[in-house]
Design a protein around this ligand. Structure first.
Ligand code: CO
Length: 134
């Protein structure tokens, strides 16, 4: 599998508005999309920084994936997303290469993207995402 580059870095935050303000003020970030996904327990903001992007992730409750991450690790880098041409093909190639997948099938991520996650144990401790469509 050959990724095209880093699509975004996902960052878990305690307060989405405050974090957005920080990225705008300190780094010149520009809000690209903002979306609340109740069934995933997350509110996210996609922020452009030059040609790059961060995805700020705030939990809607303690018993959600991001809520549990914040309780365990505190705020900080949550995942790195790699842009690929085709998520389904990337999943097949990753599986064939022995990577442990969180998602065996592509699923609809935030902001209309197609995504799949790779288990951190397969990528030296970093939860990794493959993404296309953005
Ligand atoms: Co992401």
């Amino acid at each position: 599998m050959e990724a095209r580059g880093i699509h975004h870095v996902g960052i878990a935050v305690e307060d989405l508005d405050e974090a957005l303000g920080t990225y705008e003020r300190l780094l010149g970030g520009r809000l690209e999309h903002r979306e609340r996904v109740d069934d995933q327990g997350v509110e996210a903001a996609s922020v452009r920084i030059g040609e790059s992007r961060v995805e700020l992730l705030a939990a809607l409750g303690d018993d959600t994936p991001v809520g549990r991450f914040l309780a365990r690790r505190g705020p900080g880098v949550h995942h790195i997303a790699y842009e690929v041409a085709d998520v389904r093909a990337a999943i097949a190639e990753l599986a064939a290469a022995g990577a442990e997948l969180v998602d065996a099938e592509p699923r609809r991520g935030m902001f209309g993207l197609e995504v799949a996650f790779v288990h951190p144990e397969s990528v030296h401790g970093v939860l990794s995402e493959v993404v296309s469509g953005g």
